[in-house]
Ligand binder design. Sequence first.
Ligand code: SAM
Length: 288
Amino acid sequence: MTPDNDKLSNPQVTIQTIKKYDFRFQKRYGQNFLIDQHVISKILLAADISKEDTVLEIGPGIGTLTQYLAESAGKVFAVEIDEKLIPVLGDTLKEYDNVTVVNQDILKCDIQALIGEGKSCKIVANLPYYITTPIIMGLLEGNVPAESITVMIQKEVAERMDAGPGSKTYGALSLAVQYYAETYLAANVPPNCFMPRPAVGSAVIRLSKRKEPPVEVKDEKFMFRIIRAAFNERRKTLVNALKNDPVTAIPKETTEQALQALGLPLTIRGEALSLGQFAELADKISLT
Ligand code: SAM
């Protein structure tokens, strides 16, 4: 085990490594490297990694989190898009024989093939913020063999994922994420824990994938169309939002009948409905 002081979580070691390779940060890849060991401990704790686990890390950067993952997990696969970082990772991870670095775009990666047929993994990442939502929704909606996804993301996005009805940040993303996973906000992380500092605050969130969705709905896609329409015009009543949305275009009377049957006020807004209520509403509307 490398002593913590010699690891990349020590800002001096990160600076030396960046200088040694004359590495230039690429904004387009969302490169903000962690330089705080306490934050890494919080990520590891939230992700609950043991030697039994296979971990998939998205975007290892220069290998800061990877060094700790390699010491906690049985096996680590690290998928990095920036080819300039591959030789750096070869150096910073040379002590660890349980890490496989892959130079690929995670959005194009066949994760099952990478980790091995029939195997499952825990996903851990300090995500590039510019593609947080496509990455997370891809992992949740696709057949990715992940038990849990523990990620550092923009604080505001983490709050939206974790929010419930009535909260200002509750919306289509909250419902989409919570349909597939249980959320746990593990830590808030200020900009000074990264190099360079991001313009926004960050948070660590764990998404534990559900074996079954928490609600039953006949047509999942239709429910999510309704949810999107409801929040596209979140200040309008649900009846008006579903009528005005060009995709749903549900007649006023249809939504009113469904709301009545569910015992909900006709003036209710989408932001007041729980996932269970959206599921019931979708089933009722599709019946009429
Ligand atoms: N894990 C490192 C850390 O914590 O210091 C770096 C995190 S940095 C926020 C995000 C990393 O993701 C960068 O190394 C970036 O090059 C990489 N990245 C960006 N887009 C990616 C993609 N589509 N697929 C794989 N890696 C990507």
